[in-house]
Design a protein around this ligand. Structure first.
Ligand code: PMP
Length: 377
């Protein structure tokens, strides 16, 4: 079985699993406990993982808040900012996002929209990218409390002009969040240089780590002062009071190791993914020519993600037919009655959406495995 759905999830890396195992067996201490070695060992392991994640992203370790994944990070940041700054003598109910965000962003904004917030949605181009100039104009006019724009799109693979946006938000001082779930380990990230990014979300299982763990990066306001948000989970005050609950040490350790490997192998993985992507698109072009149409751009994109249409072929029927041989996706978990909001917002017709499949590679796929596509074409 050829696994080509790596944007949905990745297989856990052997080194990650190995690092996690002791924390599922003998090292079961609670890092919030004190003095005895099981607790201290757990505390040290969490501190190391926090360091590994912060090194990957170029932020301070105490700006890393462990969560259950990117869905929680997105919810926590958006609801947390919205609530805090409407409860403390400041009232700004304007929020801004794009039309092609992950459901954990869109639905969170929808939720707030029903509670009196004014949510504006930025249009995107044919590759699902926002125009930084439009973001600039809208933010100047409306001064939103929070703007959330994803770094790279999970369905079509386009990267947004994040450095330009970060500069913009550094200048205007407004809160900016980016969902970086799909770009971790695929693009270099240095938050020290991107000061306008106040909040960032990421997830473990997209980078060879375990499921059920991720991080919310909450940059400090100044060196000492933490950015305030209302927590999603109240309780014992773990994670600097941002997120209560006993830490999932095994998962945190796994995320840390996956982050370390993502940083160490970034260059090599990107090179490999680009080589494989070219190999794959060449097969499609040579064998299918005018029977296919690419949705993804060829530049400023997530390496290894290809979204394309098989003209006249229903995507779900094709995926079903191939399911015994290859794991592919239609781009999102969309049902036939509810087509992809990303492709629709990028100007694709319903027919085009229904003939789209997404292939997402991993560096360990081989060229001869991809030759599989020569047989089906
Ligand atoms: N954001 C994006 C862009 C994603 O692709 C995903 C996962 N599909 C998520 C958020 C949610 O991540 P998690 O599974 O960790 O909740």
């Amino acid at each position: 079985m050829l696994y080509l759905d790596n944007s949905a999830t990745t297989k856990i890396l052997p080194e990650v699993l190995e690092t996690m195992m002791p924390y599922l067996k003998e090292e079961y201490g609670n890092p919030s406990s004190k003095f005895y070695s099981l607790a201290e060992n757990a505390k040290k392991a969490v501190a190391k993982a926090r360091e590994q994640v912060s090194t990957l992203l170029g932020c301070e370790p105490d700006e890393v808040v462990f969560t259950s994944g990117a869905t929680e990070s997105n919810n926590m940041i958006i609801k947390g900012v919205a609530d805090y700054y409407n409860d403390n003598n400041i009232t700004n109910k304007r929020l801004l996002t794009s039309k092609v965000e992950h459901p954990s962003i869109i639905e969170t904004f929808n939720f707030l929209g029903k509670r009196g917030f004014e949510v504006s949605l930025i249009d995107v181009d044919q590759f699902a990218r926002v125009d930084a100039q439009i973001v600039k104009e809208v933010t100047e006019q409306t001064q939103p409390l929070l703007t959330s724009i994803m770094w790279g799109n999970n369905e079509i693979g386009s990267l947004n002009p994040i450095a330009v946006l970060a500069n913009l938000f550094e200048e205007n001082g407004l809160f900016f969040h980016t969902d970086a779930t799909q770009v971790i380990g695929k693009v270099p990230i240095d938050l020290k240089k991107l000061k306008g990014i106040r909040f960032l979300s990421m997830s473990g299982h997209k980078i060879g780590g375990p499921k059920g763990i991720g991080a919310a990066i909450i940059r400090k306001q100044t060196k000492e002062i933490y950015t305030r948000i209302t927590p999603l989970l109240h309780g014992g005050g773990q994670e600097n009071n941002y997120r209560s609950g006993t830490l999932a040490v095994h998962n945190i350790v796994g995320l840390g190791k996956a982050a370390e490997l993502a940083a160490a192998n970034l260059e090599q993985n990107v090179k490999r993914l680009n080589t494989l992507e070219k190999y794959l698109t060449d097969i499609f072009n040579t064998n299918l020519g005018n029977k296919i149409k690419f949705n993804s751009d060829t530049k400023e994109k997530i390496p290894g993600l290809v979204s394309l249409q098989f003209i006249g072929v229903n995507n779900e029927l094709l995926l079903k037919k191939l399911a015994d041989y290859a794991a592919l996706s239609s781009g999102s978990a969309c049902s036939s009655s509810k087509p992809s909001h990303v492709l629709s917002a990028s100007g694709k017709s319903l027919e085009e959406v229904r003939q789209t499949i997404r292939v997402t590679l991993s560096p360990d796929v081989t060229e001869s495995e991809l030759d599989f596509f020569k047989q089906i074409t």
